[in-house]
Design a protein. Structure first.
Length: 212
């Protein structure tokens, strides 16, 4: 008689750590998770520094960040890696979105460098999209991470518009709303952005696990 293998159950943590020191990301990640009755900690709560992003893909970088945070705290971890990919620049700034203008560059310096790189690109060739990968690890050695993705399509403006958001939002035009991402209300952005798409996939995973 064949022996049935046990089915691995999805597990919902009682507490976890969000592996980022980016305040904008923390706000976008915490809100959708708040209804799940999970005690959410952040890297600043533990005084943790950001890990070097040495991966060759967004997924690799997210895993690096989540594993380090879990290893340092002993908690399950969520981390994201995200960036802006511009067709006319062959996918740049891509993995280097946060440091496109240099290792310590500000958001303004980064999007100004992007606008400079695209100064000769015509209106009809300024397509771009944000990409986000979010990973969840039960522990630092978890061999089966949960990986969720999201993409947000638009184009690059000629000049910055708006004061909300962060990163490249002032120069990212959102066709659905006919404005920049930085002109959206946080509640609007948190329904349609790349990070919103990825985190809602993770929330669905947790909800399914809670209903098992």
């Amino acid at each position: 008689m064949a022996v049935k293998k046990p089915i691995l159950q999805k597990a919902v943590p009682q507490s976890l750590i969000l592996a980022t020191n980016n305040r904008g990301k923390l706000l976008e990640l915490q809100a959708p998770l708040s209804a799940l009755n999970i005690d959410i900690k952040t890297q600043p709560d533990y005084g943790l520094e950001s890990v070097d992003e040495t991966g060759q893909t967004f997924i690799e970088n997210a895993l690096l960040k989540a594993r380090m945070a879990s290893q340092k705290t002993g908690l399950p971890a969520i981390a994201d890696d995200s960036g802006l990919l511009v067709e006319a620049l062959q996918g740049a700034p891509g993995l280097y979105s946060a440091r496109y203008a240099g290792a310590q560059a500000t958001d303004v310096e980064n999007y100004e460098a992007l606008l400079k790189a695209m100064k000769d690109v015509s209106q009809d060739k300024r397509q771009a999209h944000y990409y986000c990968c979010i990973v969840f690890l039960q522990n630092a050695c978890d061999p089966t991470p949960v990986i969720c993705e999201g993409r947000w399509y638009g184009r690059i403006l000629l000049s910055p518009q708006g004061e909300e958001g962060f990163g490249y939002d002032p120069v990212f035009f959102v066709p659905e709303y006919q404005c920049s991402a930085a002109q959206l209300k946080p509640s609007q952005k948190n329904r349609i952005s790349h990070r919103a798409q990825a985190i809602m996939n993770l929330v669905s995973y947790f909800q399914d696990a809670q209903n098992q």
